[in-house]
Design a protein around this ligand. Structure first.
Ligand SMILES: NC(=O)c1ccc[n+]([C@@H]2O[C@H](COP(=O)([O-])OP(=O)(O)OC[C@H]3O[C@@H](n4cnc5c(N)ncnc54)[C@H](O)[C@@H]3O)[C@@H](O)[C@H]2O)c1
Ligand SMILES: [Zn+2]
Length: 364
């Protein structure tokens, strides 16, 4: 088992990573849970495959656990879901000493974390992420939230978990497209600050795509280490944490412009990484050899869904983004493998060029 510490002002905890760890959840989490009751929040696809493994392991360690199911999918990430789950928690006897366990992808993690932060004025949460995206990103750092009809993640809290338990073996049942989408976030971590991780994507992408257990564990652990170190240095996104948004400025605009239907979040980040690389190259901040390596690493993970967007529409979205943030649009640009820069000094021509590059690659 690999243990990676996250140290924030509000709480310090560990991300525990190991293949088969879910089967050992009872012994691993036993000392944290003590004689507290556990309430596992999950969704049907994950419940069917993995809830029993977790609950049996907790039971063997003498920890009683109740399973609560929420509706699956991004549309369930609403305040109404919190209310429904809270009612069920009360009926199931959850008091202030309860611990919630989020077993699922980022949606379950965000909803359960938010619920834990306000249920009876706050109870503990343990994150057990089951998608690549949640394992390398959503489960770590304490951001919780739900969507409003007018926009994503507009209600939320910071609520650090007591622990994060990551079992890469559970990724085996993930749909191929979901699995691959999460990998762009992991690749992002390599570009931000880990040359070794980036090289794994360059040299072992076939094994990564085949879900070779050893390589996958390596990719997940390295990505977690990067996210944990950034979150530890900047819990509330004062500055440094922004580097995690590499690929997200254009990525978000593409996601929104295609109605959150065409692209999974990770796929939008894949296109966003290409766009950021192109901007860095055309602004003279990145050499062409390194830019080529990043492009190849992104494209090495397979085809991304084709996006047909108008440059003007994307530019409009970026301007709106700028207004909502009362400032300039921030771009995170790669300077070399393992080093990025946060800048608001990017000309419109460079952005146009990047969007056109995305369109050109999408056509091929
Ligand atoms: N809090 C944060 O810091 C943070 C960071 C990034 C993303 N997010 C949020 O995460 C969400 C996206 O998360 P996601 O990509 O994990 O999507 P998701 O939670 O919707 O999961 C994707 C799908 O995979 C299924 N699934 C999950 N694990 C499985 C498994 N092991 N086997 C089979 N099926 C499985 C789910 O049921 C779902 O249908 C978004 O709402 C996003 O806003 C939060
Ligand atoms: Zn992301």
């Amino acid at each position: 088992m690999i243990c990676i510490p996250v140290t924030t002002a509000s709480r310090s905890y560990e991300v525990m990573i190991g293949s088969g760890l879910l089967e050992r959840a009872g012994e691993t989490l036993g000392s944290l849970l003590g004689n507290r009751r556990a309430f596992v929040v999950t969704v049907a696809p994950v419940r069917k495959r993995w809830a029993k493994v977790l609950v049996d392991s907790l039971a063997a360690a003498g920890i009683p656990a109740t399973v609560l199911e929420m509706r699956d999918g991004e549309t369930a990430k609403r305040l109404a879901t919190l209310e429904e789950l809270a009612e069920e928690l009360v009926k199931a006897g959850a008091d202030r000493g309860a611990t919630l366990i989020a077993l699922g992808g980022g949606v379950v993690g965000d909803v359960t974390g938010f619920l834990a932060s306000i249920y009876m004025r706050g109870v503990d949460v343990i994150q057990v992420p089951t998608t690549v995206l949640a394992q390398v990103d959503a489960a770590i750092g304490g951001k919780t939230g739900v969507n409003l009809a007018v926009g994503k993640n507009l209600l939320g809290t910071f609520h650090q978990p007591r622990a994060v338990l990551v079992d890469p073996a559970v990724l085996g049942t993930l749909r191929a497209r979901e699995y691959r989408a999460g990998l762009y976030e992991a690749l992002k971590c390599g570009i931000i600050g880990d040359v070794g991780l980036f090289r794994l994507f360059e040299e072992r992408h076939k094994e990564i795509l085949k879900r070779d257990a050893t390589v996958v564990e390596h990719v997940i652990a390295d990505s977690v280490r990067l996210k944990a170190s950034v979150v530890s240095a900047d819990e509330r996104e004062g500055g440094l944490r922004q580097v995690l948004n590499l690929g997200h400025t254009i990525g978000h605009a593409l996601e929104a412009e295609t109605g959150y239907k065409l692209l999974l979040h990770g796929e939008a980040v894949g296109w966003g990484l290409i766009a950021a690389t192109h901007i860095a190259l055309s602004s003279g901040k990145l050499d062409s050899v390194t830019a080529g390596r990043i492009m190849n690493a992104v494209l090495g993970l397979g085809e991304l869904p084709r996006v047909e967007v108008k440059t003007a529409s994307i530019l409009r979205r970026l301007k709106f983004d700028k207004k909502t943030r009362q400032g300039n649009v921030h771009f995170i640009l790669p300077r070399e493998i393992g080093k990025v820069e946060i800048t608001s000094d990017v000309g419109e021509a460079a952005v146009r060029g990047a969007i056109e590059e995305v369109r050109r690659l999408a056509r091929n």
